[in-house]
Design a protein around this ligand. Structure first.
Ligand code: ATP
Ligand code: MG
Length: 490
């Protein structure tokens, strides 16, 4: 394989499945697992020589256009194979590898199309690629070893060229994202220069499956309990705001996205840095926006003066008459616009990077973001996510009550820069039972809204759907619509 070699997994295979252009086989190896891409043919030396010749032939004759379809390419390859007199018994293999070579990500295509992977990590040349697998855990060695810096840079460079972001000696560290034909979103973070990296290129790719993870799927995975999900659903629907916090990759965006699937009858407006949140096709009353930032290399280029930042999007959104305003991830001053939106009566939801509630409140009111302490009252519920050994879990659900506006004898109090808030722990994670427990009677907001029994009914609905294996985003949406129809019947 041009620029790659295979170092086979050892041990015994435990599962095999198909991924774009190849099969994936998982091996139990030592104490862990090994991830093998099994190409359809062995890569014999003779095959390699002919692959090389065919690629050269096609390049020299300038036959391959960037937008070429698989079928068209197949015909060209067949022609080249005949012209070059490739022996019959090698033709199928040569054809296969040329096709693969020409595929979007060359030999990495099967890896990047495998939505059962969470991350693909390339650690330079002569080192195997590692992956994080949703079912087999983290840091699995793969059988693929990049052997040529150039080959690797070419593949990664193609992605960046396509998305218009430079990745070169001058700009050696860069992020970008692409959407695959199958709808999955790939988020790339790459470093390519020896100026800054010991064994470049280093490339990390986060893979987001085409369709969002539904709340019932999260129930099945024990990330959230039916009651916790029903409670958050009810509050969001009644314009209470929810902030989801947690560490990196703790599942914040995933939980947020799943909750939005429970609101098919609401008008949603979503603003994000990267278009991560996905709504299935039947959710039509939604505005989904993402930024178009200006990088310093764009300065002076046409269009660069019209860079669009998150804060611009949120300002727009508030004029778009949404029921629920969603900022995919709050990092800076756009939070002020969200707060304004919530204070004038919209529902709101966002994620924020912080390990716990106190850190979140302190950082929000810190100099960099500058939310005034009394405005923290815009956030009604804070959900903390944690990534545990056994999976991602809602670690706690805490209501935030501004004591100056709602004097109550809160069990726990916190003073944030002079303002007192009550912290009401409504939900927590029980290590022994591996369950997210919720005590609705503690909820301050639910008491004010009413709806205790309704939340219980919705919890039953979610539990029943999860039990019956109804986990597709559209299926859950349909079930929720039916539920609302029944509610409205006299
Ligand atoms: N409950 C879950 N069960 C299984 N996989 C999950 C779960 N939640 C998230 N994931 C997967 O974990 C990865 C990270 O999730 P997500 O993007 O939601 O995390 P995040 O906390 O928002 O990360 P970031 O810090 O980058 O914003 C994704 O690939 C997602 O599909
Ligand atoms: Mg996120």
């Amino acid at each position: 394989m041009l620029g790659f070699r295979i170092e086979p997994c050892r041990g015994s295979a435990v599962e095999e499945y198909a991924s774009e252009g190849a099969r994936v086989r998982i091996y139990r190896e030592g104490g862990g697992y090994c991830y093998a891409v099994e190409y359809a043919f062995p890569y014999l030396e003779a095959v390699g020589e002919y692959v090389y010749k065919v690629v050269e032939y096609l390049t020299a004759h300038q036959l391959v256009r960037p937008s070429i379809t698989r079928d068209e390419l197949g015909k060209l390859v067949d022609m080249a194979v005949r012209e070059l007199g490739v022996p019959r018994q090698l033709r199928a293999a040569v054809r296969y590898f040329v096709q693969l070579e020409a595929a979007e990500y060359s030999y990495l295509t099967p890896l990047l199309y495998d939505t059962r992977l969470e991350n693909v990590n390339i650690n330079g040349v002569d080192v195997p690629i590692y992956v994080d697998h949703r079912d087999y855990g983290y840091n699995l060695r793969t059988n693929i070893v990049p052997a040529s810096r150039e080959a690797l840079v070419k593949i990664v460079g193609r992605v960046y060229a396509e998305t218009g972001r430079p990745l070169n000696e001058q700009y050696p560290i860069q992020d970008t994202y692409v959407r695959l034909r199958n709808g999955a979103l790939l988020r790339f973070a790459a470093v390519i220069s020896q100026r800054v990296a010991r064994n470049p290129p280093y490339v990390s790719v986060r893979i987001q499956p085409p369709s969002p993870i539904s709340p019932t799927e999260l129930v099945r995975r024990r990330t959230v309990s039916p009651l916790a999900a029903a409670y958050l659903w009810y509050l969001l629907e009644h314009y209470k705001s929810v902030m989801i916090i947690g560490g990196t990759a703790s599942g914040k965006t995933t939980l947020l996205n799943s909750l939005l699937l429970l609101l098919p009858h609401k008008r949603l407006a979503v603003a994000e840095e990267t278009p991560e949140i996905r709504m299935p096709p039947s959710y039509q009353n939604a505005v989904m926006l993402f930024t178009s930032p200006m990088y310093d290399y764009m300065r002076g280029l046409p269009g660069s003066e019209s860079a669009i930042y998150l804060i611009d999007l949120v300002k727009y959104i508030l004029r778009a008459r949404p029921d629920i305003v969603v900022i995919g991830e709050s990092r800076g001053r756009e939070v002020h616009e969200l707060i304004q939106g919530i204070l004038v009566g919209h529902g709101g939801a966002t994620t924020f990077h912080a390990e716990d509630v106190v850190e979140a409140l302190v950082r929000l009111t810190g100099e960099a973001i500058g939310v005034s302490p009394d405005q923290l009252s815009a956030f009604h519920v804070i959900v903390t996510m944690k990534k545990l050994e056994r999976g991602r879990r809602v670690a706690s659900i805490t209501e935030l009550v501004w004591l100056r506006a709602h004097p109550l004898s809160a069990p726990a109090k916190i003073t944030v820069r002079g303002e007192e808030f009550g912290l009401v722990t409504v939900g927590w994670y029980n290590q022994q039972t591996d369950a997210v427990e919720v005590d609705l009677r503690r909820s301050f907001w639910l008491q004010r809204l009413g709806g205790h029994d309704e939340v219980l009914r919705r919890a039953e609905l979610l539990a029943a759907l999860a039990d019956r294996g109804i986990v597709g985003a559209e299926e859950v949406g349909a079930a929720v619509r039916r539920y609302y129809d029944q509610l409205r019947k006299p």
